[in-house]
Write a protein that binds this ligand. Structure first.
Ligand code: UGA
Ligand code: MN
Length: 245
């Protein structure tokens, strides 16, 4: 069965580097359709070039964050939600079997992850390595049975999981026509998984050797100032003459 990888992305100095790294991981995975959805009002040729050069079966789309969230001055924003919902819509329109996975552009993926999630029948859960004090976000498994969630922040969530910690079968998604991700910072995963109701955490398939292996890391790239030499949309070496000194 094919894997549908939904990757939200947005413009910032590290974007091309992240997508280069992720594309080179996904190039090693068979039977994969990569949905790259940018939080922007137009596409970017530099990104399309990276995607094209990967040789992957990809679809590059845009889905800007709604302005009421984009213009928010305080508090967290619902990052990547418009992008992921666009990806879900694409799957509803174009896919009939397989498995979907939300792969943020800045995380680190072990190839075994893709082997593990490919046979997900409903929803699968697995650990995500964190670079925070908690160290991991994972289902707690005792004698092969789901016992709850471990996460640095449970926050009263029914599904206290990281965005990188679950996969969903396409057929299961299609059987839940109203499922989507809410614009609720911190509660995107929980809201999406709850929208797949009826479905309980205890019904999930526990992967990665009963959740004892970490096959994906929630890494973060340090934020940087916009660069003078590499515009988000173009890089022209001759400009370096005028930038020198
Ligand atoms: C964590 C979660 O893992 C994300 O899935 C979740 O969306 C995010 O928190 C949140 O709730 O805000 P984190 O590493 O903190 O992730 O967030 P980012 O990596 O900055 O963003 C998540 C994804 O959304 C990335 O793929 C990023 O490229 C994209 N994004 C981010 C946008 O499309 N637009 C933005 O303005 C920011
Ligand atoms: Mn991230």
């Amino acid at each position: 069965p094919p894997l549908y990888i939904i990757t939200p992305t947005y413009r910032r100095p590290e974007q091309l580097a992240e997508l280069t790294r992720l594309s080179h991981t996904l190039m090693l995975v068979p039977n994969l359709i990569w949905l790259v959805i940018e939080d922007a009002y137009n596409t970017n040729n530099l990104i399309d070039d990276v995607l094209k050069r990967s040789g992957l079966n990809y679809h590059y789309m845009i889905a800007p964050m709604p302005v009421q969230y984009k213009n928010k001055t305080k508090g967290p924003k619902p990052r990547g939600v418009s992008n992921r919902n666009k990806g879900l819509e694409w799957i509803r329109d174009n896919a009939f079997k397989g498995v979907l996975y939300f792969a943020d552009d800045d995380n680190t993926y072990d190839l075994d992850l893709f082997t593990e999630i490919r046979y997900t029948k409903t929803v699968s859960l697995f650990p995500v390595g964190l670079i925070t004090k908690a160290g991991v976000s994972s289902p707690i498994v005792q004698n092969g049975t789901f016992r709850g969630f471990y996460d640095g922040w449970i926050g009263g969530r029914k599904f206290a999981v990281d965005m990188a910690g679950f996969a969903v079968s396409v057929q299961f998604l299609l059987s839940r026509p109203k499922a989507s991700m809410p614009y609720k910072p911190g509660f995107e995963e929980d809201g999406f998984l709850k929208s797949l109701s009826p479905f309980e955490p205890s019904e999930a398939e526990l992967l990665a050797s009963n959740c004892t292996r970490i096959l994906v890391w929630h890494t973060q790239t340090k934020k940087n100032e916009p660069s003078l030499a590499l515009n988000y949309n173009k890089y022209n070496n001759t400009n370096l003459v005028s930038l020198k000194n």
